[in-house]
Design a protein around this ligand. Sequence first.
Ligand code: AMP
Length: 215
Amino acid sequence: MRKYVIMGVQGSGKGTQAKMLREAYDLVHISVGDIFRWHVRQHTKLGAQVKRIMAAGELVGDDLVEEVVRRRMGIHDWNYGFIIDGFPRNGRQTEFFMESYDIDAVVHLELPDDEVRRRVLSRRLCSSCGMDYNLIADRPEVEGRCDICGGELITRADDTPEALESRLSDYHEKTRPVLELFRRKEVVHDVDGRASVEEVQSAIRKTLGLPSPRG
Ligand code: AMP
């Protein structure tokens, strides 16, 4: 059983790297942001509660986040382990998390703010299946359309310059201290997020001591 948390500033490649680990090692990928975005797309009551907060690039309240995490973790649908992305993001969430769950390692993807701005402002998302694209590194074959399902590509509501600045300052103020808490108790693996997607993935596998995947 492998139990990981992946952390890093917006645009550092957390989601992409977590999905690659999921595919290679049969892990369950738990992204709190993806859960919220699903609720917004489906117009659920929770979606209505978080839509405006997310669009402004602000953090959703801790009670709501903890409830979502508790419910998601309660499903226990992993045989080989999980990788959590986008949580915990502040001191209180970290305390809740450490009291409730065990993990083996924290992967921390490091990326300078200038590179974050460059990447995030060129990010696009499929409005129908949620697949990520990047107009610099990972362009779709047909402009504005998802390669997988043909859905329309949109800009995430929180990928505007204003929302990004708010998320960056939240990250430095609130999320960085989470790393310090983890460093005291857990094994934090710092990985340089500036390299290519494949290079970052192999650095993660190496530092976690993961074997080459099957097949
Ligand atoms: P992400 O995809 O991880 O960047 O998350 C998108 C948005 O969802 C964030 O900007 C927050 O509004 C909200 N969100 C996701 N995870 C959390 C969390 N752990 N705490 C508070 N808000 C969160």
